[in-house]
Design a protein around this ligand. Structure first.
Ligand SMILES: N[C@@H](CCC(=O)N[C@@H](CS)C(=O)NCC(=O)O)C(=O)O
Length: 208
């Protein structure tokens, strides 16, 4: 059976939703910040981070890789969206949005979440948070633009790329980043959140 280690509401929520979507037999174990830095966990994932997927004796880290692996296990579940099953361009677009979310958006939050480890001075911290927030707002412009003509980022139905962006949007709420200049983000957020697989994973992490 597959087992996922997660921190509630963190980026591991994306892999959690993918597992829920897969219909595969899995368990999800909540971990604490100190647990992922202990020797036992570091032996499984030297990065000391979530998500971490354990499949028997085999372990896999990194959201992108975990999502891709789950999709390979159950391609008929259309985790990359229905169109992506047969359409190479649709599949490539899902990967483009996943890459954007994973390597542009996701790290842009780090100066906010880790501000105390980056600078000591309170004024400098406030300025760092302000600048990082402005960068995040700019990054969401392309998401908003893509959602002008369609309800989902890479096709006619939900894909895991939408889920990734949804989790990043949750973080903007936590960080109080104002995205109200973008008309398409709020309806998209509610659309994704209304999905039963998303709801189930949220509930299981105590976030519903
Ligand atoms: N590149 C990794 C990043 C994973 C990551 O940043 N995980 C965060 C939660 S969102 C974490 O474990 N933070 C705890 C820490 O780094 O101490 C991925 O995409 O899976």
């Amino acid at each position: 059976m597959l087992k996922l280690f997660y921190l509630p509401g963190s980026c591991s929520l994306i892999s959690h939703i993918a597992l829920e979507w897969s219909g595969l037999d899995y368990s999800a174990e909540e971990v604490q910040h100190d647990t992922i830095k202990n020797t036992e966990y570091l032996a499984l994932n030297p990065q000391g981070q979530v998500p971490l997927l354990v499949d028997g004796k085999w372990v896999l880290a990194e959201n992108f890789a975990i999502i891709d692996y789950i999709n390979d296990l159950v391609p008929e579940k259309a985790i990359f969206g229905t169109k992506a099953i047969t359409d190479v361009h649709a599949r490539a677009k899902v990967r483009q949005w996943l890459a954007f979310a994973n390597s542009n958006l996701h790290p842009a939050f780090l100066p906010i979440f880790k501000v105390a480890t980056l600078v000591d001075d309170k004024e400098a911290q406030a300025s760092l948070i302000k600048n990082a927030s402005m960068k995040i707002v700019k990054l969401f412009a392309s998401v908003d633009h893509a959602l002008k003509e369609q309800n989902y980022l890479a096709g006619t139905d939900l894909s895991i790329a939408d889920v990734y962006i949804y989790v990043m949007l949750r973080w903007t709420e936590i960080c109080k980043i104002d995205l109200s200049e973008y008309a398409n983000l709020q309806p998209f957020y509610h659309r994704v959140e209304a999905d039963q697989r998303v709801k189930t994973a949220l509930k299981s992490e105590g976030l519903a």
